[in-house]
Design a protein. Structure first.
Length: 304
């Protein structure tokens, strides 16, 4: 399966369920540019790095804050997705107005016309790390010791839960494959969640697990083997046809999000996206053979 078919296959079913532009009465774009752009309701695509209900609960304060900032915007609605390619397809194709993208997905899709509005901060930083960990009871001490073993990872296109750990294992001398090929020197069990990856390790189903450092437990039974270089946190982006006025207003609103709107969120605050922030992520993606410029699906594979 080539890369374009691969992306289409895992994205198709998930994006079909995400609503597109809503019908309704016309809203004056001069008086209410954000409301007119969204047709009254802003849909916000969420990636599958945590349970969907947990994610929507975390983002509830942000959604309310955004909606309250613009006249004629009725609400901001979360649109959970089932894969990392599905969330980018939703915003690239305009099925949703906004999306929270994983860093590598943004690096792949930034030439598709999407607009970065803000970067998430967590634990006082705009960057995080991939951890590869094992149980203290195993005989695994180094990444190279994972040859012939099973490693839980999050998603083939997850930055910290898929691409960076494969890159790290490759740097340790193992054949880790890429997005189109299987790893030759170890087995990967895809868990489709950072929490699920850690849980697979804790329950003894795998020999090691890769996940974002934000998931690491305060538990001596789980031992970190290695951590990646810093990875910039995920950006919030707007769909390609978003007018400059709307982008400016949305960015300003996000940067002004108060602490009380983020009390139950993994995000501390939203910061500006500086030029070059995601270049290191793009470099890793290219090293693993991902074609950055073209995310379009094969003809006939397009979803609604």
């Amino acid at each position: 399966m080539n890369r374009r078919t691969y992306l289409g296959a895992i994205a198709g079913g998930a994006t079909a369920a995400i609503g597109g532009c809503l019908g309704g009465e016309s809203i004056d774009s001069d008086d209410h540019p954000v409301a007119a752009w969204a047709d009254g309701t802003i849909e916000f695509a969420l990636p599958p790095f945590q349970d969907a209900e947990q994610l929507e609960a975390q983002y509830a304060g942000t959604f309310e804050w955004i909606a309250d900032g613009f006249d004629e915007v009725d609400s901001v609605e979360g649109a959970p997705t089932t894969s990392y390619s599905a969330v980018v397809e939703s915003v690239v194709q305009g099925h949703t107005e906004l999306a929270n993208l994983s860093p590598v997905i943004y690096a792949m899709a930034r030439d598709e016309g999407i607009h970065p509005l803000a970067i998430n901060w967590s634990h006082g930083s705009d960057a995080y790390h991939t951890y590869v960990a094992t149980r203290a009871e195993t005989d695994v001490e180094h990444l190279a010791d994972l040859e012939g073993k099973t490693v839980a990872m999050v998603d083939p296109l997850s930055t910290s839960g898929g691409l960076f750990p494969r890159y790290m294992l490759s740097e340790a001398g193992l054949d880790a494959g890429d997005v189109d090929t299987e790893a030759a020197d170890f087995d990967i069990e895809w868990s489709f969640g950072h929490d699920a990856s850690l849980q697979a390790l804790e329950n003894g189903h795998v020999d090691a697990a890769a996940y974002g450092d934000f998931q690491h437990p305060d538990d001596d039974a789980i031992v970190k083997l290695a951590e990646s270089d810093p990875i910039p946190f995920d950006p919030i982006v707007a769909k390609p046809d978003t007018p400059e006025t709307v982008r400016e207003q949305m960015t300003e609103r996000l940067l002004e999000t108060p602490d009380e709107a983020l009390e139950d969120h993994r995000v501390d605050r939203y910061g500006p996206v500086e030029p070059g922030t995601y270049d290191p992520v793009r470099d890793v993606a290219e090293e693993l053979g991902i074609e950055i410029a073209d995310l379009e699906e094969e003809d006939g594979d397009e979803s609604d």
